[in-house]
Design a protein around this ligand. Structure first.
Ligand code: DX5
Ligand code: ZN
Length: 220
């Protein structure tokens, strides 16, 4: 599939989200950060907003659920129109069952790990997943500093994927910018969330294209 850029609208202007999504036409996905004020100390969108966004853009939606009890709530995001749904392993009781349910409903199933959660216990789950998200900041807010301590986990996850011969995408999220994207790509990430880097740029779409070019150069 190659390198993909998924701008996060967390740092966009919430009063005019439809227009904000229209400013990133080169994006492969729109990353929608769903937060419930319990799993993370911040509150954003629910399924109704995902449904409204899906009507406002042709770019597929990548819902990142930072909520408690993903087992119960994740399927609603597929029904709302998300083409990819990411649940956190830290808030899911039965990740295999949930990944299968998301896929059966017709979306890509993705599992996220916070920076302090190791990948090793989940190696056998990789074939159940369309994407693995490795957080490169503590989830909850945009604009945080990239955690270099996550780079070895990215390398380990990429090596596990090669070993198992799976096509699982490897997404990174948090502090991704022109300054940090190259080392993520070198470590093996292929899907890049970028929030503040994109929406603080004068031309968000040009930034999406620059980020992609930079990751492609580093990956090759
Ligand atoms: C953080 C969110 C991220 C956030 C990224 O919890 O999951 O998607 O919007 O924002 P930046 O790119 O500014 O770190
Ligand atoms: Zn996110």
């Amino acid at each position: 599939m190659g390198i993909q850029i998924t701008p996060s609208i967390l740092n966009a202007d919430f009063s005019r989200l439809g227009e904000e999504v229209g400013r990133i036409g080169s994006a492969d996905w729109v990353h929608v950060d769903v937060m419930d004020n319990h799993f993370v100390p911040n509150l954003t969108f629910g399924p109704t907003m995902v449904e409204a966004l899906s009507r406002a853009t042709d770019i597929p939606l990548d819902a990142h659920l930072m909520i408690e009890d993903c087992d119960t709530h994740a399927p609603a995001y597929v029904e709302a129109g998300a083409s990819s749904v990411t649940f956190h392993v830290e808030s899911t009781k039965a990740p295999i069952r949930l990944a299968r349910e998301i896929r059966a409903k017709g979306a890509r199933a993705s599992m996220a790990l916070k920076p302090a959660t190791p990948i090793e216990p989940y190696e056998a789950l990789l074939p159940e997943l369309d994407m693995l998200l490795l957080m490169t900041v503590e989830p909850g807010f945009g604009g945080q500093k990239f955690l270099d301590l996550c780079l070895p986990k990215i390398r380990t996850a990429r090596a596990m994927m090669r070993k198992h011969g799976v096509e699982t995408w490897l997404q990174v999220d948090g502090g991704v910018s022109l300054e940090t994207i190259e080392r993520c790509a070198e470590a093996g990430a292929d899907v890049f969330v970028a929030g503040s880097a994109v929406y603080s740029a004068d031309d968000p779409d040009a930034m999406v294209r620059e980020l992609k070019a930079s990751a492609e150069a580093a990956a090759s």
